[in-house]
Design a protein around this ligand. Sequence first.
Ligand SMILES: NC(=O)c1ccc[n+]([C@@H]2O[C@H](COP(=O)([O-])OP(=O)(O)OC[C@H]3O[C@@H](n4cnc5c(N)ncnc54)[C@H](OP(=O)(O)O)[C@@H]3O)[C@@H](O)[C@H]2O)c1
Length: 269
Amino acid sequence: MPFTRFSPTRPLFPFASAALTGASGGIGAAMAVALARPGVTLFLAGRDGPRLEAVGDTCRAAGAEVRLARFDVTDAEAAERWVRDADAERPLDLLVANAGISTGRRRDGSPESPADARRVVAVNLLGAMNVAFPALDAMAARRSGHLLVVGSLAALRGLPHSPAYSAAKAGLLAWAEGVRATMRPQGVTVSVALPGFVKSPMSDRVIGPKPFLADPGAAARTLLKGTAMGRARIVFPWPLAMGLRIAALLPGRWGDAMLMRLPGYVEPQ
Ligand SMILES: NC(=O)c1ccc[n+]([C@@H]2O[C@H](COP(=O)([O-])OP(=O)(O)OC[C@H]3O[C@@H](n4cnc5c(N)ncnc54)[C@H](OP(=O)(O)O)[C@@H]3O)[C@@H](O)[C@H]2O)c1
């Protein structure tokens, strides 16, 4: 079992009821396990039944009440129904819009296909909004709650290796930052995560150097701690963030030249 089990030394997060998309793998599974303890209800969503069940079992073993749901986040009606049903059962303290896919340059150097580009925007940007909107609605009505949107450092500068992934995450960052200011007076905090490389099935498909690759458990705790503190942006690792910020500040061609030096490609999903 790749997940850290409950231990009394793990930090406790102040979320008694949390819903997470992308909970069947990687960072989402690690966040679910980090949140799991007696008294907590977790609503975990994914598409792959066996992997979702395995995460659910680990969370139940840690004492959490667990509800599992399988749907595609691009299905807006299913996403809304899941959030509303979860919130009706136990008002959500936290919603994590985490489900995502990656695309990018292929092994032969060819760029991502238009179909892949459309799909990554549909899942990573619109799919996140599909769960966020009903959650923000419910949280604003009772003037409490946290939304964590899982973006990426790829939002900081268009990446030549994965332009559509960058575009989707840049859109998500802009959207989350936009709603943050309007939600605060309504008692809802919105945090956006910009992680660098985190070990997961998604990053395993990135073939090439992965500087500062983080452990998913450590990444999950950083994200949840930042969210509990109401941080606007949760960004790590800082050297990679700084490199991308510099690339974004450089004249376009210089930034392109800097980023084009990076080798690598993305295996299709
Ligand atoms: N790993 C990294 O290096 C890294 C870095 C920065 C940001 N991120 C972001 O972190 C998030 C989680 O990534 P990860 O690394 O944990 O990836 P992962 O291991 O591939 O997990 C992705 C999760 O998203 C779910 N998912 C994908 N497409 C979906 C869809 N259409 N509908 C519903 N669920 C869907 C998957 O569910 P099923 O498998 O059940 O289909 C899975 O649970 C993503 O938003 C990603 O962009 C990751």
